[in-house]
Design a protein around this ligand. Sequence first.
Ligand code: SF4
Length: 289
Amino acid sequence: MKYEGMIFRPPSEADSLILQVTVGCSYNRCTFCAAYQGKRFRIKSFEEIKEDIDEVSPYKVRRVFLADGDALSIPQNGLLQILSYLKTRLKGIERVGIYANAKDVLRKDVEELKALKDLGLGIVYLGLESGDPEVLKRIKKNATVDQLIRAGKRVKESGILLSVTVILGIGGVEGSHAHAVETGKVLSKMDPDYVGALSLMIVPGTPIAKEIETGNLVLPTPFGLIQELEMMITHSQFTHCFFASNHASNYLPLRIQMPEEKEEALKRIREVLRRKDPDLLRPEYLRAL
Ligand code: SF4
């Protein structure tokens, strides 16, 4: 397999074959994101992708994740060609996953998404980050709340699983309450199958790191982040969702089956907030991106 630069994938794709079909992110301007800094975006040629698929075809591959940042930006015919070839060459393949941003999704209609699903696309990972319009503007997310909700709903309508990422702390201390409450409400409207809550980790050199250096943004304390988690969950209502805050960046790792375990989880979070005992939190040295 030929990879260009660092490769990122969702935690739940740890056992998947990572097939790099694009290099970098076609947008690459979110203020907190350093994942693809210095990578010039390009879609790999089908010949390059085919070579990688042929190389792994003798092996049993159950799951494939299409990297890099927003591989759903590949035009429809290109994606159909890649998924068809994967299906032909990897006989035991069960699911293909992909990162997408709202505009990638909205460029496709439901029928086009369904066609991708029929060829094996089983899960879309969409970065919401925040449901607060002010935060989305500040972090240059390149999508409005309305676009993000429509994108999430469209993925679900196509029958593809939807996994949404949100970032604790991204509203700073000042915007903390609005960020948590609005994110809970937007998540409820999207009604995803999975939610992954991360905590903001500052990468030097990013625009958000400069905001912090200059004092324009003040990060919540660890218990402030947990308070956000509590508010977000309080304001969320899901039909059927697995809500995880077990990412390595978080202070309080939780895995919650919603709606069944919501009240139990809230009880546990509120108890942590009441006790404010740092020993209840994941130690700083174990936190990572
Ligand atoms: S769209 Fe995703 S990958 Fe691209 S810059 Fe924003 S957060 Fe990073």
